[in-house]
Structure formats: C-alpha cells, structure tokens
Design a protein around this ligand. Structure first.
Ligand code: NI
Length: 180
C-alpha cells in the first residue's frame, strides 16, 4: 500500500464528472487500499477518486454507523468501513445544517445545507450491489463524497463572496507551494 498525493482546490480535476467503474480487478483493489491509507494518513473519514487524481466513481469511507453515540477508546462503536463503487443516492430527507471540511480544501470548515438521512446504493469491490440507509454523520459523508464524483465541493454551497475569497486564498497557496 502507498499514500497517494491529495489533489487540492482549485485543481481542475476536482471539477470533473467521473466515469463509472466497469472493471472489478486487482488494480481496483490496490487503488481502494491506497485510498484508505491516504485517508487515514490525513485523518479523514471519506475520500473520493478525484481527490487522488483518479476520475472514476469510487469512494472509500470509514465513519461510525451511529454518530449520535459517543465513541471512546474503551467503547468503540461499529463503523461503516466500505469501498463504494458507482454509488448513487436514491432518497434524501430531513434537511439539516452540517459542519464540514475536506482533505482537498485543507484547514477550512464551514456549515452547509445537507440532509440528515439518505438511502443509497453502491457496488462493492466484487461488483455486488448493496442498498443502505444512513443517518447523521454517515449520511452527510455519503452526500459530501458522492458530490466529489460529480465535480462538486462543499464550498460551492457557500455565498458567492465567501467562495471568491476562498478561491483567491487557495490559488495563492497553490502558487506558493509550486514555487517552493
Ligand atoms: Ni471532500
């Protein structure tokens, strides 16, 4: 396994609509394993293909199934730890506000509109189809990550003024990094 480079805003690869995965092979498993390692290395709970420069409909996720129950080292809670291939949201309900961040928009969090409950469908690494209902953090994470597959970021939901400020800030940051 290896840690992949995380693509950061405003890289254009984060703006592409990703293509479905059609081949379920060893290479896909390796990509998923690398994505998990990259996500854990950055303390993330979800990571989508375009965030590592792969414009395919693949997401890795590791979130508590019920985030309303407190998780402590001596009382670990069950997690939804899965690779989601070609995932889609079938149903959304209970509009809510969620505080979000993204490994592709480092050191920034903001409150955005989401739904607190989703039903979604995905394929696993063997191509088997699963359908599941999620709530709270799990549901938010599904919405956030699936947006990535359509070239959308959580900051798109902010006011135009905030978005413009962010774009200037992150463009400068990127230039500074490139010139290091
Ligand atoms: Ni993200």
């Amino acid at each position: 396994m290896s840690i992949l480079q995380v693509v950061t805003y405003p890289d254009e690869r984060l703006r592409k609509v990703c293509t479905p995965v059609t081949v379920f092979d060893e290479q896909l498993r390796k990509l998923a394993a690398d994505m998990f390692e990259t996500m854990y290395d950055d303390d993330g709970v979800g990571l989508a293909g375009p965030q590592v420069g792969v414009l395919k409909r693949i997401v890795v996720m590791d979130v508590p199934v019920d985030s309303t129950v407190e998780e402590t080292p001596d009382r670990p809670q069950p997690h939804f730890k899965e690779v989601l291939i070609n995932p889609e949201i079938i149903l959304k309900s209970e509009p809510c506000r969620s505080s979000e961040g993204c490994l592709s928009v480092p050191d920034y969090t903001a409150e955005v509109d989401r739904c607190n409950r989703v039903t979604f469908r995905y394929q696993d690494l063997d191509g088997n189809v699963h359908e599941l209902e999620a709530h709270d953090l799990h549901a938010i994470c599904v919405q956030h990550e699936l947006d990535h597959l359509d070239g959308k970021l959580f900051i798109d939901k902010l006011s135009r003024l905030k978005r413009e400020r962010l774009k200037i800030k992150y463009t400068k940051l990127k230039r500074a990094q490139e010139h290091r």
